[in-house]
Design a protein around this ligand. Structure first.
Ligand code: NI
Length: 200
């Protein structure tokens, strides 16, 4: 805080004349840069959540939203059944074989009763094993290979793997957002400068 001026949201786009400048983002997927993020997600989650009180870990953002604990359950379930499974389908069958659909909430049942630390450990160990499978199965030359998604139709392996990375980032953002919202009222008038609190 501190340098935020009128018309600017902290962490948001400045409202001044530079807002329309050419965006300095957007890159093609590569195994090297993508796996940099995939490798560290388990440690980030562990540092962010392990040992926190239940008020942080088990609270959600309101009706039909997930707590950080539920997000970790979802990430772990998807880690077990999605990314490497679909990678193998693309490499073995190409676009002829439609991916199995993924049940986004199946992790809640699968991990019912698990402690958060057990979930974090399980996520870390499946991620490690998936990254060694990825290393063994895929080269950058394979990224253009095609598969068939049940809803989107034809997709590339590169798109699937980029989605794996952004799925991590998306759910880490969701965890941060649900934690921030626990202090929606506690921050008082500063809420106006904290767009995460009112983000959907
Ligand atoms: Ni997800």
């Amino acid at each position: 805080m501190g340098r935020t001026g009128p018309g600017e949201a902290e962490g948001g786009r400045p409202a001044g004349s530079h807002a329309a400048a050419t965006p300095a983002y957007g890159m093609a997927f590569s195994l090297e840069l993508g796996t940099e993020v995939l490798r560290r997600t388990p440690d980030v989650l562990h540092t962010m959540l392990s040992g926190l009180s239940e008020q942080w870990v088990m609270s959600n953002e309101g009706t039909a939203t997930w707590s950080p604990y539920q997000v970790v359950g979802h990430l772990t379930h998807v880690e077990e059944c999605d990314w490497i499974d679909r990678t193998s389908v693309i490499l073995e069958h190409g676009a002829d074989h439609v991916f199995d659909p993924v049940d986004r909430e199946a992790g809640f049942l699968r991990f019912d009763g698990w402690s958060l630390d057990d979930l974090l450990d399980r996520f870390a160990s499946v991620r490690r094993s998936n990254l060694s499978s990825l290393d063994a199965l895929v080269d950058d030359d394979d990224l253009g290979q095609r598969g068939t998604h049940p809803d989107f139709g034809e997709v590339t392996l590169g798109e699937l793997l980029a989605t794996w990375v952004v799925h991590d980032l998306n759910h880490m953002g969701q965890i941060v957002k649900s934690m921030a919202k626990q202090y929606s009222r506690a921050v008082g008038p500063w809420r106006a400068f904290l767009p995460i609190i009112d983000a959907t």
